[in-house]
Write a protein that binds this ligand. Structure first.
Ligand code: 13P
Length: 249
């Protein structure tokens, strides 16, 4: 059985006071909850990991540098993230691809850096509205998969998040058929490159305007093993119903 995952990406939101949401979330989560990961901003990672220790919640970072150390002012390495107690790192989020000009090959290196520090990588891919309207979605996805994924992908070290850029923070959600089409396509590409056994076990998350009121429907789509949630992960009262919907899917 493939594992289910609900990951919350806090983006540039939250200070120490907001870590109380982790305790609230733990009390609201169903007993049979899937794996839950919260990715707070880097300055909160250590404290979040400490708070999360008493809960079933895991902690992840939102980005890491591709190098192990060096003169990279403002950046953080995968080893530093692991040192906080975090177990995951998001790489290749579209906001980093766009605002920090990250390319597929950078993301591939970041995923490898994550693995070298025993972090699992949540590798993000997704098309722009322009790509979608030009009917280029699957080509873009194929290119991002080929470029962003290293050769040593396993179901233990990698989670893939499909986040159509036009659905992020917009309230616009693809149809169930559109989500299923891309997720089926991703799984088939993974099978060609890594073999069916590995491909079948890699969790595929959908991200982009997942909310308490649409989560159950999204989780009905084929090959959707969970969600990467932005805005609705900030408050435990919003994230908990999404986790419950995943548990029931
Ligand atoms: P929203 O859920 O706010 O649309 O953000 C999705 C996202 O980018 C998660 O990484």
């Amino acid at each position: 059985m493939r594992r289910k995952l609900a990951a919350g990406n806090w983006k540039m939101n939250g200070t120490a006071a907001d870590l109380a949401e982790l305790n609230v979330l733990a009390t609201l989560m169903p007993a049979d909850a899937p794996e839950v990961i919260i990715c707070p901003p880097a300055p909160l990672l250590y404290r979040a990991s400490t708070v999360a220790q008493a809960t079933p919640i895991s902690i992840g970072a939102q980005d890491c540098h591709m190098q192990a150390s060096g003169a990279f002012t403002g950046d953080i390495s995968a080893a530093m993230i692991a040192d906080t107690g975090a177990a995951y790192v998001i790489v290749g989020h579209s906001e980093r691809r766009e605002a920090h000009a990250e390319r597929d090959r950078d993301i591939r290196k970041k995923a490898k850096a994550a693995w070298a520090s025993n972090l699992a990588a949540i590798i993000c891919i997704g098309e722009t509205l322009e790509d979608r309207e030009a009917d280029n979605t699957l080509d873009i996805i194929a290119g991002q998969l080929a470029g962003s994924l290293p050769t040593a992908v396993t179901a233990a070290n990698t989670i893939i998040a499909y986040e159509p850029i036009w659905a992020i923070g917009t309230g616009k959600v693809p149809t169930l058929d559109q989500i299923a089409e891309v997720h089926d396509f991703i799984r088939s590409k993974l099978a060609i490159r890594y073999g069916a056994d590995i491909a079948d076990m890699i969790p595929l998350l959908y991200g982009g305007s997942v909310k308490p009121d649409n989560a159950a429907l999204i989780f009905e789509a084929g090959n959707v093993d969970g969600a990467l949630v932005g805005g609705a992960s900030l408050k435990a009262t919003d994230f908990a119903p999404i986790i419950s919907a995943l548990a029931q899917s």
